[in-house]
Design a protein around this ligand. Structure first.
Ligand code: SF4
Length: 408
């Protein structure tokens, strides 16, 4: 049976063969951030293709795609794409003339292809650089031991590979502020690259010959879309939570501090703490999966769907933001600095109302309220005993929405 062993999911399937089937069991719907990431990827691709030294041919519709992307992205998104563009210019200064490929298709096996965001070839230095652009801020990605970059590198056939003296792997992740630098680069020695390639191919072969062993663990599970329905993962994260907390109760009852504390500081407690990111990731995925399934008509005994509040936030590119600023300027005659709305995170309507509350007169406050556009709230799965009223989902409408959202 043919299975998809793509470079972008290689971090998962090389570590856990069971993930190959598991991720097909979960229908995923892209979050708003993921959609923005895809649009940002497109913007980068279009802009790179316009560079004189880009080998990838221009594509019809690039101008429209760029226009569309600029409408959908916020200032911060566009600045993140600029970081990647600036890096390419800087690289040319450092290593001499470059040839650049973008969204380059690589042939992995006869029936297996993958795509690489950016590949740079510097003939003067004999340097091949494989780059992955990550728009998301959720999880940090590193170039070391990165299977996706390794696959992009070793299966690239755009040049005579005997000319390569140096392999460089790079992650550009401008939105992840945990990194000190938005660009992380590492040079990979040839023997190390061959070792990584051999490991990837061995895993491919094992999977293709039927191996489906589950290996729950942090790195692979966090990036696995199958996690909300994965029983081995559930056991892995929930078993340590079965820690016996009686010691803590005794401590509380006896009032003798420390009498039970030693029981709490057991290996079990330590393993729960070690697993914290994984437990959090697992529970979030289960929650999202259950909510999506419930909206599509699945029933969960003991749970009901209720209305949620809108989580609309303003971005500088939103017409509502500009309308609001214009309105405030007209009414108050005061200049409202656009940067005030784009602090660390975009403001939600509630935050903005609070923020402006002290600065506005009644008339302008009314204008502000009128200019707040909120989306109709969504629905959320909660325990049956919750006080909110249950909402009935029109299943057919949900499917209609899904179809129209998927662009079909
Ligand atoms: S969640 Fe973890 S254990 Fe389960 S299939 Fe995915 S990678 Fe494997």
């Amino acid at each position: 049976m043919r299975v998809s062993l793509s470079p972008s999911t290689a971090k998962t399937w090389t570590r856990c063969h069971g993930s190959v089937d598991m991720r097909n069991k979960v229908k995923t719907e892209k979050s708003e951030a993921q959609v923005r990431g895809t649009v940002a990827d497109k913007l980068l691709e279009v802009r790179v293709r316009r560079l004189d030294n880009c080998v990838s041919p221009r594509v019809e519709g690039d101008d429209e795609a760029e226009e569309e992307a600029l409408k959908e992205l916020g200032v911060e998104d566009i600045q993140a794409v600029d970081v990647a563009m600036q890096y390419l210019a800087k690289r040319e200064e450092e290593v001499g003339p470059l040839m650049i490929w973008t969204q380059h298709k690589i042939q992995i096996l006869a029936d297996q292809v993958g795509y690489v965001d950016l590949i740079l070839w510097a003939p003067l230095e004999g340097m091949l650089e494989t780059i992955d652009y990550k728009h998301g801020a959720g999880r940090p990605v590193f170039p070391e031991e990165n299977e996706q970059l390794t696959m992009g590198d070793v299966f690239f056939k755009g040049i005579d590979r005997t000319l390569i003296q140096q392999h460089v792997h790079t992650i550009i992740q401008p939105n992840y502020h945990g990194h000190k630098e938005p660009v992380l680069t590492t040079e990979v020695p040839k023997d190390k690259l061959i070792e990584q390639k051999t490991r990837i191919l061995a895993n491919m072969l094992e999977i293709r010959t039927g191996s489906r062993e589950f290996v729950p663990g942090e790195a692979q599970c966090l990036s696995c879309s199958g996690k909300p329905v994965c029983v081995p993962l559930a056991e892995h994260v929930l078993t340590p939570l079965g820690v016996d907390f009686r010691g803590m109760e005794e401590t509380a009852e006896s009032g003798v501090i420390g009498s039970g504390a030693e029981e709490i500081s057991t290996q079990d407690a330590a393993s729960v703490l070690t697993l914290t990111p994984l437990i959090r990731g697992f529970l979030t995925a289960v929650d999202r999966h259950a909510n999506l399934s419930a909206k599509a008509g699945a029933t969960y005994p003991g749970m009901k769907l209720v209305k949620t509040n809108s989580r609309k936030s303003w971005r500088l590119s939103d017409p509502e933001t500009l309308d609001m600023l214009k309105t405030l300027e007209t009414v108050d005659g005061t200049f409202v600095d656009i940067d005030m709305l784009a602090t660390v995170k975009p403001l939600t309507p509630t935050q903005a109302t609070r923020w402006f509350a002290n600065k506005l007169n009644d008339k302008s406050r009314k204008f502000l309220e009128d200019s707040i556009v909120t989306r109709p709230g969504g629905v959320k799965l909660v325990p049956d005993i919750a006080s909110e009223d249950e909402v009935v989902i029109d299943v057919m409408r949900v499917f209609d929405d899904l179809t129209s959202n998927s662009g079909e």
